[in-house]
Write a protein that binds this ligand. Structure first.
Ligand SMILES: Nc1nc2c(c(=O)[nH]1)N[C@H]1C(S)=C(S)[C@@H](COP(=O)(O)OP(=O)(O)OC[C@H]3O[C@@H](n4cnc5c(=O)[nH]c(N)nc54)[C@H](O)[C@@H]3O)O[C@H]1N2
Ligand SMILES: Nc1nc2c(c(=O)[nH]1)N[C@H]1C(S)=C(S)[C@@H](COP(=O)(O)OP(=O)(O)OC[C@H]3O[C@@H](n4cnc5c(=O)[nH]c(N)nc54)[C@H](O)[C@@H]3O)O[C@H]1N2
Ligand code: SF4
Ligand SMILES: [Mo]
Length: 705
């Protein structure tokens, strides 16, 4: 039997809308939703089909049978696994209190389900991956605009000049955003790109600044200086909505383009010319404030400076600028129902909300739970449930983390794959892949808000379950079923949709429900009340930061140069992989089986390293080294070496990925504690490594470039 199913991709966190063709329970075709993406998908999205028959994934619930990490597993039924977890959680609750359980997840639209579970259990300790991703950018916006990272949509398609600081938009991608950027370029828009190395985005840019690693703040401050110098700002917008502009003018006086040019290694005239260009293009100029500009200790201030530049451009709620995402309420429609439970009135173990009052409690600080595990302060942490999150891959120093996790009596991984954390845990609950599961309805707020839903395309290949069923069944065993008021997905959808007046039939034609048929924009002269900061204005001098004893305008400090014979390790994505998730995907693994080490041609020559030579990359304390082929290139700053994150996997059952390439997180020794107090992000680009030609025989290597 043939059928066509509208659904959502699950190969990365973007969740592009897709259409899937199915014949006799086999996926025969997959494409981006024609109505929203014109059929486009990225390589990862197209490779999703390989997941279905991949036997190197957990195929049924597993309980550890031997020491942690040894890889001996007992195959069990769902009932046995869920009973086991419920019993352990109940005992931990009795012995240490419910707050000793942490649940971490990859955030996203279904996080209210996971939050409801852990809050109903009695613990305030929900956390997510964001300390290693967007925390700096989120808090930068929060301190300035009163709204976080989800507080603005970017109207890239209609902008005249897009400015990207390290936002490698065509590689670290989101299909709709890449399409909008291409359309903008085709329509004559400009793209300015800042990176320490050349990338696909840099190649397509109209202006490329290659800066010394970690000097973006100098460039951003000089651009602000020059914007003020050339009076290239929207004085009316600033008068109306902004506080602290005079202080900003005084603060940036010292940061001239000539100074920044020396600091960043670029030309003064290029900075001045760039500002002349944006002066012509404003207000349709977007300074993208970064997605995970969480790399250096001052990246919070870089992101803040970029947000300040948006404010100076007066681009908020302008076509081709930053637009407040619209939702059901803007169309007089009741929002969908979602899971909820009050947060227990107990201090969070990571200190967020009481020790760190300026940081957002919605995601907390995942790395700070390790302190609680180690010291038992403010109270012990005894269990960790990781839902679609791999702390051992996504946070630095996994060997150190394992020592902390050993203080826990229960580690549970809910995953479609064997994650590094899963392999070290006590129970693995395999979630069905995105082709094999329905998921609750999502309210996708934005420029054109819609309701989206993932529909099951095929029946599960293995003994796996979808997220909504796993949490409902676990909750029932813990007497928390009232928070999950459904027994089937149909009941759940109906409960969600009831207030809106829509039904599932409304999704049939296109796979989504567009709220309203025309774009709503607020009057830019009536934005009062839309900036929920303490003063109600856009705060260049943030009261929230001030209260926490933190500066709003921080002086620039030049980044440390690598010690002699060492390099700064910088990291990023490849277009064909999603973090550690896809490394073992049969199709994507074929496209890119391992990572390489990018190194500057002159530096490589000094070390006697030639193109394709195997090199050893060693951590600053010498405790870990990885061996990979060198990619010798002109366009990377000599102080830096670059690699793609996600490799170096050590799960023997993932045969394709096993020990291919190296894991950058393993070289980030001591970095669990290296986070920025203002922005909350771990400084992932602040590690130095040494490089040497490997003595291993390249003929025997298992990897190709
Ligand atoms: N294909 C693919 N796309 C993805 C993802 C994925 O896994 N795969 N993940 C998604 C996620 S979760 C995220 S957070 C985003 C990340 O999106 P981005 O932040 O755009 O991407 P990254 O690849 O992490 O890093 C971007 C660049 O920062 C550069 N860089 C390093 N140091 C400096 C510096 O000092 N200054 C400047 N200006 N640049 C520097 C690196 O050379 C790299 O090219 O990508 C998303 N999209
Ligand atoms: N050293 C270093 N660390 C980094 C980065 C880096 O470049 N270098 N990048 C950082 C960034 S930007 C981010 S966003 C984080 C990402 O960190 P994570 O969120 O931990 O990484 P992911 O690989 O996206 O997903 C984690 C797990 O989710 C599982 N998974 C995937 N799909 C599903 C699903 O449908 N259901 C379930 N239950 N599980 C699923 C995967 O198998 C994987 O084990 O890592 C950060 N950490
Ligand atoms: S960007 Fe690619 S992998 Fe991510 S959801 Fe879209 S199609 Fe899937
Ligand atoms: Mo991220």
């Amino acid at each position: 039997m043939k059928k066509s199913v509208f659904s959502l991709c699950g190969m990365c966190s973007v969740r592009c809308p897709i259409r899937v063709e199915v014949e006799d329970n086999n996926v025969t075709w997959i494409e981006g939703n024609q109505y929203l993406l014109g059929g486009s998908l990225c390589a990862k999205g197209a490779a999703g089909t390989a997941l279905l028959t991949d036997t190197e994934r957990p195929q049924q619930p597993l309980i550890r049978d031997g020491a942690r990490g040894l890889g001996r597993w007992k195959k069990v039924s769902w009932d046995t696994a869920l009973d086991y977890i419920a019993e352990k959680l109940t005992a931990i609750k009795q012995n240490y209190g419910p707050e000793s359980v942490v649940l971490s997840s990859r955030g996203g639209p279904w996080q209210s389900m996971y939050k409801t579970f852990i809050h109903a259990f009695g613990s305030p300790n929900y956390t997510d991956y964001d300390v290693t991703c967007g925390h700096n950018c989120h808090h930068a916006s929060l301190s300035l605009n009163g709204v976080g990272m989800a507080g603005f949509s970017y109207d890239i398609r209609n902008c005249r000049h897009l400015v990207l600081f390290g936002r490698n938009i065509f590689t670290s991608l989101n299909v709709a955003e890449s399409q909008a950027t291409m359309d903008m370029l085709v329509n004559g828009g400009r793209l300015t790109y800042v990176d320490v190395r050349q990338t696909i985005t840099g190649v397509k840019a109209t202006r490329f600044f290659q800066v010394r690693p970690g000097t973006d703040y100098a460039l951003a401050l000089a651009v602000i200086h020059e914007v003020i110098e050339q009076k290239a700002y929207d004085a009316t917008f600033i008068d109306r909505y902004v506080t602290g502009f005079d202080e900003l003018c005084t603060f940036v006086e010292q940061y001239t383009p000539a100074w920044a040019a020396r600091e960043c290694g670029i030309r003064e005239k290029a900075i001045i010319d760039f500002v002349k260009e944006i002066n012509k293009d404003r207000p349709n100029v977007i300074f993208h404030p970064g997605w995970n500009m969480a790399r250096y200790n001052d990246s919070f201030y870089v992101s803040r400076a970029l947000h300040i530049l948006n404010v100076l451009m007066g681009n908020i709620e302008q076509k081709g600028g930053l637009i407040f995402p619209k939702g059901a309420e803007d169309f007089d429609i009741q929002p969908i129902r979602t899971f909820s439970c009050p947060i227990p009135d107990i201090k969070r173990a990571d200190g967020v909300g009481w020790k760190y009052t300026h940081l957002d409690e919605a995601s907390g600080m995942a790395n700070l739970f390790f302190d609680a595990m180690r010291t038992g302060e403010p109270y012990p942490i005894k269990a960790w449930i990781a839902m679609r999150h791999d702390p051992l891959t996504s946070m630095p120093d996994p060997e150190q983390q394992k020592l902390f996790f050993d203080h826990c009596e229960l580690l549970v991984s809910i995953d479609t794959n064997y994650s590094a954390f899963g392999w070290y845990s006590d129970v693995i609950l395999p979630e069905s892949t995105y082709f094999e599961r329905d998921t609750p309805i999502v309210a996708a707020n934005g420029i054109n808000p819609a309701l989206m839903v993932r529909r099951k395309a095929v029946e599960p290949e293995n003994d796996t379950k979808p997220n909504w069923e796993i949490f409902q069944q676990l909750a029932t065993r813990l007497d928390l079923a009232d928070y999950f008021p459904y027994t089937s997905i149909e009941e759940l959808w109906q409960w969600q949709l009831e207030p809106t007046g829509y039904s599932m039939e409304d999704f049939e034609e296109k796979g989504f429900v567009l709220l309203g048929n025309k774009q709503v924009m607020y009057d830019p002269d009536k934005l009062d009340g839309r900036f929920p900061t303490p003063s109600g204005k856009i705060e260049i001098l943030s009261r929230r930061l001030d209260k926490a004893g933190l500066e709003s305008l921080q002086e620039y400090t030049s980044p440390e140069k690598p010690p002699k014979h060492m390099f700064r390790l910088i990291i990023g994505r490849a277009a064909v992989h999603t973090h550690g998730t896809t490394i073992n995907n049969p199709l994507l693994n074929e496209l890119m089986p391992g990572n390489t080490l990018w190194i500057n041609t002159k530096e490589a020559a000094k070390l006697g390293i030639k193109q394709g030579d195997l090199v050893e990359v060693t951590s600053s304390d010498g405790s870990y080294s990885g061996t990979v082929p060198a990619l010798v290139v002109d366009f990377i700053h000599p102080e830096a070496v670059f690699t793609v994150h996600g490799f170096g996997r050590q799960v023997p059952l993932q045969k394709r990925a096993y020990q291919a390439g190296f894991g950058d997180q393993k070289l980030m020794i001591g970095k669990l504690d290296d986070w920025n107090l203002a922005g909350g992000s771990i400084s992932l680009c602040d590690s130095f490594v040494s490089i040497q030609r490997s003595v291993r025989n390249p003929q025997k290597r298992v990897l190709e470039l």
